[in-house]
Write a protein that binds this ligand. Structure first.
Ligand SMILES: *Cc1c(COP(=O)(O)O)cnc(C)c1O
Length: 368
């Protein structure tokens, strides 16, 4: 096993400080997860063997769903093989032909694909532009049978937040469903690590907001996706969602590892506090010499460089200096906003951050 830290990675024979991992709480290499997985593998096998409705629904998956529901403060949770599958499932079961979805321009590909597969009419609004969203809801929404707003809560290339209370307000005003995807926020944000929504409305699930999506594959250090909601809405999903019905259930060892992670997230808040404090430190250091970190307010910190060529050159220089920091170029981000995407984990030390910022300051002529 790797040294148990998300913060180091071997690449082309060298060890680099890894600023590219979504293992935000450094749990993927945690021995408690490994032990839980090994126990489950011995007892239940490595694979689920079938889809959940046939015979793949194992005791570790059931235990995980209960633990997730309890943690999230909702009636029920449903586990999928990936967050990607969870999004396809939820969007496709909420809307169909004759309906309309309203989607933030920077939403994750899995939400975009979910919208496309659903056959609902798709209306994309400029990132976080709630005035444009209101206009679209007024004009386009009136023709639709059902209306659904979909949004990430933390955007993966900028580390900024959705304007959640504004989305809730619009959903109420226009009689819309609202689906939020907390993939980058699960385990990191909120008093108990439930995500951005927790900071807004602790534990409340209204019928207008039937589902919330999270992932087990990032901060929770395992793999899979999950959906939380009312008992009724989860039952609806079980009977309707093709990505649930026609795909093999989550493997028992992974379910057991994820459940161990859910327990750790609740008992070790210091992990998320540390990640957020390190990210804040990084932003301050970068801004001190004129670095543009955009609207980042969490563990994902972009350093916006501008040209694609400059971003790639900077990423190479960092690799020579011992850091893995990916360059993100168009079309993943808008033209002229190529960047380094720095992602902070609980496994980083303060000196990792300072070492990185000193190196970047030395190259600042190329991007400030
Ligand atoms: C990573 C991610 C997903 C997909 O989750 P996986 O478990 O990796 O399939 C979905 N939504 C968002 C916003 C993500 O960042």
């Amino acid at each position: 096993m790797q040294s148990g830290s998300a913060a180091r990675v071997r690449l082309r024979g060298r060890e680099l400080i890894n600023f590219s991992s979504n293992d935000y709480l450094s749990l993927a290499g945690d021995l408690r997860l490994a032990r839980a997985a090994a126990r489950a593998a011995r007892r239940f096998g490595c694979g689920a063997g079938a889809s959940p409705l046939v015979s793949g629904y194992s005791p570790p998956v059931r235990a995980l769903e209960r633990a997730l529901a309890e943690w999230e403060g909702c009636e029920a949770a449903l586990v999928f093989g990936s967050g990607y599958a969870a999004n396809l499932a939820v969007v496709g079961s909420l809307v169909g032909a004759g309906d309309a979805v309203f989607s933030d321009a920077l939403n994750h590909a899995s939400l975009i694909d979910g919208c496309r597969l659903s056959r609902a009419a798709i209306h994309v609004y400029r990132h976080n532009d709630l005035d444009q969203l209101a206009d679209l809801l007024r004009v386009e929404g009136s023709r639709a049978r059902r209306r659904l707003i979909v949004s990430d809560t933390v955007f993966s290339m900028d580390g900024d937040f959705a304007r959640l209370s504004g989305l809730v307000e619009l959903a109420d005003r226009f009689g819309c469903l609202l689906l939020i995807d907390e993939a980058h926020a699960t385990g990191v944000l909120g008093e108990r690590g439930r995500g951005l929504a927790e900071s807004m409305s602790p534990g409340s699930w209204s019928p207008r907001r039937p589902f919330k999506v999270g992932t087990l594959s990032k901060a929770l250090g395992a793999q899979g996706g999950f959906v939380c909601g009312s008992r009724r809405s989860i039952d609806w999903l079980v009977n309707r969602a093709r990505p649930y019905i026609f795909s093999t259930a989550l493997a028992p060892p992974i379910a057991a590892a994820a459940r161990a992670a859910v327990a750790i997230v609740q008992t070790e808040p210091e992990r998320r506090n540390r990640v957020l404090a390190l990210a804040e430190r990084l932003r301050r250091e970068l801004q001190a010499f004129g670095g543009n970190v955009g609207a980042s307010c969490c563990q994902i910190v972009p350093l916006i460089v501008g040209g694609a060529h400059e971003a790639v050159a900077l990423s190479r220089r960092l690799e020579e200096a011992g850091f893995l920091v990916p360059a993100i170029r168009p079309p993943s981000v808008p033209e002229g906003s190529a960047r380094l995407r720095i992602s902070i984990t609980a496994g980083h030390s303060e000196s990792d951050i300072l070492h990185l910022t000193t190196t970047l300051r030395d190259c600042k002529a190329s991007f400030v």
